[in-house]
Design a protein around this ligand. Structure first.
Ligand SMILES: Nc1ncnc2c1ncn2[C@@H]1O[C@H](COP(=O)(O)OP(=O)(O)OP(=O)(O)O)[C@@H](O)[C@H]1O
Length: 364
């Protein structure tokens, strides 16, 4: 069965002085007007499950204005276990604890997998490639601690190589060593990323079809390293990476940066064979992002045997009625879901009857 959210307790955290929110094992709807603190609660749920926040706050942002420290705590229960995860922020620092013991932020993911959708996620389709790479790496890292190590190791190697490339006294034999490290790290990251996107793609297509009807959404990893192809083994990828680094070395030395590797790759979304970014309507783009997120939930359940928690921040407001009810029935399938809204009318009465409704602001 796995762990599930039971309650969140916030003290002097963002706009909350003292707040306790209990969660249903099925759906919890946080309802209230704009700026009543709903997203702040969702942010806590992401921070204490994934170890990161989509808002990338400084510690001071998390502490209630005028206070010296803030605390957010999450109670998780399941499989006969109780786990308390907390974050204590001051204006200059942030630390995490699990069952009262200090843990590193990198040790937070893995306890309970979470998948978050926010309105900003539209950038996944419309924004730069960095966001799409980050999305794949973020989900991969939550699903598998090894993935996170691979990402960090590759980023460090590229950083060191770039530093050397910028050095006017660059020692080419040392550069050879960094090339080998970047080639191996890059190939390992490519192998993981391409494998993950390959397995997610059919699920995304299926979910999109369920929500939007007949249209065919395709998702594919676009590798920019010459010679790297789908289905290739890691050694062959490392050889292709090494060859590409060697071929690009003169340019890299001139630019002082590594011009080839998975840090330049992208994930393509296309609808009926046309790029979603330029051809899709706002609603189609939003539905595609939602399908990508719901596919992560399905992947976690079917492939990893985990029961993730789904966090949906303001998902309903820009979908039409048909898509809204498709989403409602989708999340009404036993996945623990926390959804924020300004308007309960977006949900049908059947969905609301089985949900815990938590009022915020003037609704409270
Ligand atoms: N450190 C802080 N101290 C005090 N208030 C803060 C702090 N950080 C954020 N806030 C305030 O918290 C309020 C609630 O923000 P939040 O994003 O949770 O609202 P929301 O209910 O999700 O609104 P919306 O429906 O508009 O998305 C905002 O007015 C914001 O300015």
């Amino acid at each position: 069965m796995g762990l599930a959210l039971v309650r969140a307790t916030l003290s002097d955290w963002r706009c909350a002085h003292e707040l306790e929110v209990g969660f249903s094992p099925a759906m919890t709807v946080l309802v209230g007007p704009n700026a009543s603190g709903k997203t702040n609660t969702v942010e806590v749920l992401q921070l204490l499950t994934a170890g990161t926040s989509f808002r990338r706050p400084s510690p001071a942002d998390l502490v209630r204005q005028g206070c010296e420290a803030g605390r957010a705590e999450l109670r998780l229960e399941g499989d006969g276990r109780v786990v308390d995860v907390a974050c204590i922020a001051t204006v200059s620092s942030r630390r995490f604890t699990r069952n009262g013991k200090a843990v590193r932020p990198s040790a937070v993911p893995g306890t309970l997998l979470s998948v978050l959708f926010t309105p900003d996620d539209l950038d996944l389709v419309k924004g730069p490639a960095k966001g799409r790479r980050g999305e794949v790496d973020g989900f991969g890292s939550q699903a598998n601690a090894g993935f996170s190590r691979v990402c960090r190791a590759y980023a460090r190697s590229v950083e060191q190589r770039n530093r050397l490339l910028k050095d006017p006294a660059c020692d080419l034999s040392v550069l050879d060593a960094w090339d080998a490290s970047v080639a191996l790290g890059g190939a390992t990251l490519l192998y993981h990323r391409m494998g993950l996107v390959r397995r997610l793609a059919p699920l995304v297509q299926e979910v999109y079809g369920d929500i939007a009807g007949g249209e065919r959404l395709e998702v594919a990893y676009r590798c920019t390293v010459p010679g790297v192809e789908e289905g290739m083994g890691r050694d062959a990828m490392a050889a292709a990476m090494a060859a590409a680094l060697a071929a690009g070395r003169a340019d890299d030395l001139r630019r002082g940066a590594t011009g080839v590797g998975p840090h330049r790759d992208d994930v393509d979304f296309s609808l009926e064979g046309r790029p979603l970014r330029t051809f899709g309507s706002q609603g189609q783009q939003r539905t595609a992002v939602l399908a990508w997120k719901l596919a992560q939930v399905r992947f976690a359940e079917e492939r990893l045997g985990e029961r993730p928690v789904l966090l949906l921040d303001d998902v309903m407001s820009e979908l039409d009625g048909t898509r809204r009810s498709a989403v409602s029935s989708y999340v009404d399938t036993g996945i623990q879901t926390v959804v924020t809204t300004t308007h309960l009318g977006y949900f049908d009465s059947e969905t609301l009857a089985g949900a815990e409704v938590v009022p915020y602001g003037e609704h409270a």
